[in-house]
Design a protein around this ligand. Structure first.
Ligand code: ADP
Ligand code: MG
Length: 236
């Protein structure tokens, strides 16, 4: 059975794209047919961090009604399917996020796991992914602004009939200024599935345009990504 997750946070820069790319790759490594989609139509990063260069057709054209989703799918590591968004402002203006609902069936027919990398904010392009997935996974940093924005997304998701399945705490440090996992869980009202540490290798892997689970498989964050992927795949 296909499971569709939207990776959201409200706030920008929390690590949504990083989590999407690495959870997707980790599930592909487990042999699961996995597809990841860049719903950040305005600030498309997913293709960039995964090293996609030639993408003549993107989600922009699909959401403009000018291409089929299968024509915007590119192969990543371990057979991961990637649907990037385009980089042009014109493409962004032509893309209608409402069309995501029409292409969901075509997407879910092609994979066991689907991850939608949501944009920041609460504009239409951010809200629609919250409604079409089976579950929303929040990415939260251990700081008050990130927590408050994630809380807003949780409330909004429930208001529009969606479901938040859990949260991933990203960029955790040992600094005493970090909000604790317990405090975040209590305030957010959702389970923290796992904690990804602040890890310089995440930035290094992004610079090398390779998922960290491929570039630095032994790093602490890679272990967390594989652990979360195994949990989603139901592997004990
Ligand atoms: P978002 O998609 O939520 O805007 P990104 O995934 O693009 O966030 O991450 C924002 C920046 O933070 C990127 O430069 C990324 O490499 C960096 N980053 C994300 N997670 C970590 C981490 N655990 N440790 C260090 N840097 C991280
Ligand atoms: Mg992003």
């Amino acid at each position: 059975m296909i499971r569709a997750y939207t990776i959201a946070s409200g706030k920008g820069g929390t690590g949504k794209t990083t989590v999407t790319a690495n959870l997707g790759t980790a599930l592909a490594q487990l042999g699961r047919k996995t597809c990841i989609v860049d719903m950040d139509l305005g600030m498309a990063n997913l293709g960039l961090v995964l090293g996609l260069d030639k993408t003549p057709v993107t989600l922009h054209e699909v959401l403009a009604g000018n291409a089929r989703i299968q024509d915007a799918m590119y192969e990543g590591p371990y057979g991961l399917k990637i649907v990037p968004s385009g980089l042009s402002l014109q493409g962004f203006q032509s893309a209608d996020p409402e069309r995501l609902k029409d292409v969901m069936c075509d997407l879910t027919d092609r994979c066991d796991f689907l991850f939608l990398d949501a944009p920041a904010g609460i504009g239409t392009d951010a809200v629609i992914p919250l409604t079409v997935a089976d579950e929303v996974l929040l990415v939260v940093n251990p700081e008050i602004s990130s927590l408050m924005d994630a809380l807003k997304i949780r409330i909004l998701t429930e208001m529009i009939g969606g479901a938040v399945g859990g949260a991933v705490l990203n960029r955790a440090t040992l600094d005493s200024s970090d909000l604790s996992r317990k405090k975040i869980e209590k305030a957010l009202g959702v389970r923290i599935i796992d904690t990804i540490p602040e890890d310089a290798n995440v930035r290094r892997a992004a610079a090398a345009r390779t998922p960290i689970v491929v570039k630095y498989p032994g790093s602490e964050s890679s272990k967390v990504f594989r652990r979360v992927a195994a949990e989603l795949a139901g592997i004990p």
